[in-house]
Design a protein around this ligand. Sequence first.
Ligand code: ADP
Ligand code: MG
Length: 285
Amino acid sequence: KVQNVVQQSGDVRDFYTFDKQLGKGNFGIVHLVFDKKTNEKFACKSISKRKLVTPEDVEDVKREIQIMNHLAGHKHVVNIRGTYEDKNFIHIVMELCSGGELFDRIAEAGHFSERRAAEVMRTIVSVVHHCHTMNVVHRDLKPENFLLTERGPNGVIKATDFGLSRFFKEGTQLDEIVGSPFYVAPEVLKRSYGKEADIWSCGVILYILLCGWPPFHGDSTQAIFKNILSAPLDLKSDPWPRISPDAKDCVRRMLARDPRKRLTADQVLNHPWMRENGAATDEAF
Ligand code: ADP
Ligand code: MG
């Protein structure tokens, strides 16, 4: 039993009606659910206990729930509402995001205008700032893990999937290679890293927002890793000549290979290009 973490007693189906499937990940299936009392909509991630083979797997789920509770209340973090456990599943009921993944919105648009990219990036980095202030490293920042509350211009971005997140102590280093190939920081590949790795991933997201493809790619995971470690950052090929020097400066400083030289979340938010009413313009190309 996932003790001390699952808070609600009783069967999840006594409180919620399950509707269509919204998504699927490595561990969980996410369904639309309705609160039986109020008829409000929520999302419920159901993690099959059959997939929790090792004690580490169980620890991971506990930690995911703990971290969601720890970060709750931030406008741009998916809010957790309750957790339930039955014979076969652990259920995490959370705020519903009906607008899909940021990933799909980028794919649809190809890339974003500088103004829109800066706006999205401010939100993403404000979440990262919140995580880091609360002593959490996310470790899996990518456009698939940012959801929108609704389609269209009123959609609010919410960070989700804290399945790989960890609590950290300032000054200590993590050593597991985790994350998603395109977004992994070079020091993660060298097995000694801290919260700066999250900023690298944000830099990759910003690069993609501006031009439509990742800064370091390749035909295999190994090829991607090799490029992350040593290929020059391309800010010259089309469409980069049409992107402002301030935007490029911000990308370059977020993708500094030396984590000590990389901007912190706070510094990104205060970069001239990123600041509200800052240098980012609406000139699309
Ligand atoms: P995993 O840890 O298994 O990757 P995620 O938490 O990323 O699981 O959820 C898997 C997918 O389910 C997401 O990519 C998304 O499409 C969908 N999903 C997750 N949470 C929500 C939510 N709160 N509202 C709507 N859809 C969601
Ligand atoms: Mg996921």
